[in-house]
Design a protein around this ligand. Structure first.
Ligand code: ADP
Length: 606
């Protein structure tokens, strides 16, 4: 209850009042004593003035004289003695000193120090310094204010010879009584006021320590992290203000730390889910952060051993942290590296020293797809140019020959014109296929026709149309619907083009006497169409490129058979973008090829 500051305040108050009162008591006592001493001095001075001194000296030296006979000297009858002492006593009793104060003592001593008169019993005049001084002929006063009495002795001389000494002793009865009263008053006053002050200080200290206690409680709660239980101080004193300021400070600190945590979480979530890899290094080149995408792209499971210079040297990035930190260029420094099958673009951005401790951030961007696309775009342009130039060259040279030989044989003319016509058709086919592909590529702008498709009827129609071609090659073309296939909605023309291409390919690349089978079925939630042939097949090495634009296993042979090398690319694009399905080819060289189309059924049909 009375711990710490409160106890100190109470003790301080009590101590202060006691010191003040004791000082006051001492002051009053000393003042009283000194006043008394001064007044004794003043009275002495007043009493023993010149005239009084003369009177006393005369009285002391008076003798009885018998007048001598005529012509003779007077005869001194007696020396100064008890009569003189008696007279001196009477004079003294008549002075203010004895009239106004009671208890004053008087002794009249002769030159030998023997008492001639004393107004009180006991030898109170003996062993006194002032008596000794006076007997030596000097007036003496002893009024030291620690003494309980004042002594005064005055010698009465006859021609420098001491006759009598008047000794006065003031026992200071009144003054001592006054001092005693003052002391006893303060003896009661000091403890009483100390008790009173204790009670006052008790209440006062509470008003001071209560806000402090509250401040301590709030601070403890803050330290324990219990900010919900904070109660602001109600008073308007400085400590209450300090408490409220502390609560406000903690609130704002909590808010800003919550903000910082949420910002950090946000940043971490962004980093964790970024499609780019991010690495952060400190100024010494130690890895301080890496996100999962960076680990995946760099093909790393553990990152403990990564340091900037060593790591980027290992992956041939040719860069050091020193070059980035001390020679920063305007643009972010970039490097391109290949790790496994990935082509990665690395962007290095030094963190300015002002933004904390500095370091370097590395953004890793996977440009494998982009690279591949870029390559295939370039290949595509080259292929298109090549594919169009070939028929154009034929057309140009044949038409030149015809123009130069107006008298050419009609048979030759017809042959040339047929070739020109078929090459023109080829060009038209290529252009038409390219336009189809391009419209499929831009499938966002391309409005897919949505007609009802009866897959079974479509295949039956196709097989019937192509059976003549099969017959010519003595091939067996059979359609086997394994189970019922529901009607779907979609790009009917597109699907027809795909199936025509696949069945035609099977016929084209299957030698005379081969067998081509078409199956259709519904399995689980998919429609499956499969075209199997017993043809020349495709080698394992070439199978992955089979859907590339202008890819042909045997260019010359394909061209002879009227192929453009775009059929399967169009088929894949159509099935994927218009039907959300898949197309798959399995093949074995010289044994045959299976092409399987899987089209998922719309949800309502499942
Ligand atoms: P093309 O117009 O040349 O037939 P495609 O894109 O339809 O173009 O086919 C690409 C290449 O795939 C063909 O040139 C051919 O070499 C090969 N191919 C396609 N289907 C078959 C098949 N059923 N058997 C063997 N090879 C095939």
């Amino acid at each position: 209850m009375f711990k710490g500051i409160r106890l100190k305040i109470i003790l301080g108050f009590v101590f202060a009042i006691m010191v003040a009162e004791i000082s006051a008591g001492l002051f009053i006592t000393l003042r009283t004593v000194s006043t008394y001493h001064s007044s004794f001095d003043a009275v002495c001075k007043e009493v023993f003035d010149e005239e009084m001194r003369k009177t006393l000296t005369d009285t002391a030296n008076a003798v009885t004289v018998q007048p001598g006979a005529e012509g003779e000297e007077a005869i001194v009858l007696s020396e100064p003695g008890p009569v003189n002492a008696e007279n001196l006593k009477n004079i003294m009793f008549d002075t203010k000193l004895f009239r106004e104060s009671s208890g004053m003592r008087l002794a009249i001593l002769d030159a030998s120090g023997s008492c001639m008169y004393q107004n009180d019993s006991g030898e109170f005049y003996k062993n006194s310094r002032v008596t000794e001084e006076a007997l030596k002929g000097n007036e003496a006063l002893s009024n030291h204010f620690s003494a309980k009495t004042i002594e005064y002795a005055i010698p009465l001389k006859d021609n420098n010879e001491v006759r009598f000494v008047i000794y006065i002793r003031d026992p200071m009865t009144q003054q001592n009584e006054l001092v005693r009263r003052i002391v006893s008053l303060f003896a009661i006053l000091v403890p009483a006021s100390a008790i009173l002050m204790f009670v006052i200080a008790l209440f006062f200290s509470k008003s001071v320590t209560a806000p402090m206690k509250n401040l301590a409680t709030q601070a403890k709660k803050l330290a324990d992290g219990d900010s919900s239980a904070l109660s602001p101080a109600r008073g308007s004193d400085e400590i209450s203000e300090l408490t409220n300021a502390l609560i406000y400070l903690s609130e704002s600190t909590r808010e800003s730390s919550e903000k910082a945590i949420s910002e950090k979480t946000k940043t971490e979530t962004i980093l964790q889910n970024m499609s780019d890899g991010v690495m952060a290094f400190d100024t010494n080149g130690n890895l301080s952060h890496i996100n999962p995408e960076a680990m995946r792209l760099l093909n790393r499971k553990f990152v403990d051993d990564i340091t900037f210079n060593k790591f980027f040297k290992e992956i041939n990035a040719d860069i050091t942290i020193e070059s980035l930190q001390y020679m920063p260029s305007e643009d972010a420094t970039e490097r391109q590296v290949t790790i496994g099958e990935h082509t990665l673009q690395l962007s290095f951005a030094p963190i300015p020293q002002s933004a904390g401790e500095g370091g370097v951030i590395v953004i890793i961007h996977d440009i494998t797809k982009h690279e591949k696309l870029e390559r295939s775009r370039l290949d595509f342009v080259a292929n298109v140019s090549h594919e169009l130039r070939t028929p154009l060259t034929v057309i140009k040279s044949y038409s030149d020959i015809l123009a130069d030989t107006p008298d050419a044989e009609p048979e030759l003319r017809t042959r040339f014109l047929d070739t020109i016509s078929s090459e023109t058709d080829r060009m038209a086919r290529i252009i038409s296929d390219l336009l189809t592909l391009s419209s499929l590529d831009e499938n966002t702008n391309y409005k897919k026709p949505s007609e009802e498709i009866d897959i079974r009827a479509e295949i039956e129609g196709l097989v019937e149309r192509l059976s003549l071609t099969a017959k010519k090659k003595e091939q067996e073309l059979i359609y086997t619907p394994i189970n019922d296939v529901p009607k779907i909605k979609g790009d009917r023309g597109g699907l027809e083009r795909v199936l025509t291409n696949i069945i035609s390919n099977a016929l084209k690349y299957t030698p005379t006497g081969g067998k081509i089978q078409v199956f259709s079925r519904t399995m689980y939630n998919d429609i499956i169409i499969k075209v199997s042939d017993t043809g020349i097949g495709i080698s394992k090495e070439q199978l992955p490129n089979i859907f590339d634009r202008f890819f042909r296993v045997d260019k010359a042979r394909s061209r002879d058979k009227g192929g453009t090398g775009l059929g399967l690319a169009i088929a894949k694009q159509t099935i994927e973008s218009s039907f959300h399905g898949k197309i798959m080819i399995t093949s074995e060289l010289n044994k045959g090829t299976d092409v399987t189309i899987t089209i998922p059924l719309p949800k309502s049909k499942q």
